[in-house]
Design a protein around this ligand. Structure first.
Ligand code: PLP
Length: 415
């Protein structure tokens, strides 16, 4: 096996082999990856999300405390006493599940309260909630975009947006490149029923913020609608954590704001905020909503509290931003390539899969839990370590990370 030359792309389909034979070949590849101690997926936490986590080492089987730079729980609301209490109360009152699909018996008063709260939070008329962020993007876009429509997507949009556009026409514009977007809009004008431009507010692998004002102007100029996925922006950016529209002073201008409850809000689920008519349309035409049981009461209860906390507690968000500025300066001073990252997501762009794996092995051995992002998730020349931080990291935690990154960065010739 030419391990060094292989990537996941080689096992998507293997000519002449059925899918079980293909899976067997892929399994051999992951075994080889493990043998070389290059496998750092599904490392299991025994403590839950936090700045530090108890993790069972997949290679030594020992339980160890690791600094966690791998999550999206930016404000650590997963562990906030009040979100836990609110979840417990909802669990006691309503039980473990909603019992049915939302249209036919599964809608609880706390679901409606959450929908109202998230709509208000995003300065939209109404919202619809799903049991995952992936599901909300998929279920919404599949429902609204058909063969006579087109989705014009930033090349780095999240997989759930790309997958949601599988029953419509799709074109990609160069990442945050307004000339590229305008070119496609010009060519599309008048040819489709609905033109939807889709971007992430904050890009999940790059940590940069979409230039929404420019994108908005172009959508207006060419009669297109704007869909923004605020998964990594919600709770994090904007003065009160409301996300990308607030950050750019554009409240009320985005046609559809998608987001997830699983990151800055610390629970699970997803939402779409839009006009009241669009939300009612989705209640009936989004199959992922209509044919899927409603969110658990505990999740809804915790989320109502999480939204209140995000708005009322700017101290935690400010501490997150202090951490972002602190780490960013240290890494840039050392000469790491962070792309255009501006938020709590730090891509350390290396462009060599083997070096990325070697660095992550070293960091893992030194109790630092970071993620590796390789081809085909990103182009080969942009393979990277992905670091994400939370408000609860102490500066000393960040110093520990920087110390080890500097050491292994120099040893591998990355800096
Ligand atoms: C940009 C973006 N959109 C959507 C999702 C999906 O959200 P969820 O994890 O709630 O399914 C993710 C996260 O994984 C994401 O990064």
């Amino acid at each position: 096996m030419e391990y060094e030359k292989l990537s996941m792309l080689n096992f998507l389909r293997i000519k002449g082999k059925n899918i079980f034979e293909t899976a067997k070949e892929f399994y051999k590849f992951t075994e080889e990856t493990r043998k070389r101690e290059h496998y750092y997926y599904r490392r299991v936490s025994y403590s839950g999300s936090g700045p530090k986590m108890m993790v069972k080492d997949i290679y030594t089987n020992e339980m160890k405390e690791m600094l966690n730079f791998a999550g999206n729980d930016y404000l650590n609301l997963t562990r906030h006493p009040e979100t836990i209490k609110a979840g417990k109360e909802a669990l006691e009152k309503y039980g473990t599940g909603a019992g049915s699909v939302p249209l036919l018996g599964g809608t609880l008063d706390i679901h409606v309260e959450l929908e109202k709260k998230i709509a208000q939070f995003k300065a939209c008329e109404d919202s619809i909630i799903y049991t995952s962020g992936f599901g909300s993007n998929l279920g919404t876009l599949l429902a609204i975009l058909k063969k006579d429509d087109i989705a014009i997507l930033d090349q780095f949009v999240h997989a759930s947006i790309a997958d949601g556009c599988k029953s419509t026409n799709v074109r990609y514009f160069l990442h945050s490149d307004m000339d590229s977007l305008e070119h496609i809009l010009k060519e599309s004008k008048g040819k489709y029923n609905t033109i939807m431009v889709g971007v992430d507010g904050v890009y999940s692998m790059d940590g940069d913020i979409a230039p929404l004002p420019e994108i908005y102007e172009l959508t207006k100029k060419y009669g297109a609608f704007l869909f923004v996925d605020d998964a990594h922006a919600t709770g994090v950016i904007g003065k009160t954590g409301r996300g990308t529209a607030e950050y750019h002073n554009m409240d009320g201008k985005v046609d559809m704001i998608a987001g997830t409850f699983s990151k800055g809000l610390g629970v699970v689920g997803g939402f779409i905020a839009s006009t009241k008519e669009m939300i009612e349309y989705l209640h009936f035409y989004s199959r992922a909503y209509m044919f899927s049981t409603a969110m658990t009461p505990q999740a809804a209860g915790s989320l109502i509290k999480a939204l209140e906390l995000v708005v009322s507690d700017s101290n935690t968000r400010n501490k997150l931003w202090d951490n972002i500025h602190y780490l960013r300066k240290k890494l840039l001073d050392l000469g790491f390539n962070l792309g255009n990252s501006e938020t709590a997501i730090f891509p350390i762009i290396i462009g060599d899969d083997i070096k990325v794996k070697e660095m992550v092995r070293y960091l893992h051995k030194n109790d630092l839990y970071v993620n590796l992002v390789l081809f085909p998730a990103v182009p080969k020349s942009l393979s990277r370590i992905r670091i994400s931080i939370m408000a609860q990291h102490a500066f000393e935690d960040l110093d520990t990370l920087v110390f080890h990154l500097e050491k292994i960065g120099k040893e591998t010739g990355v800096i």
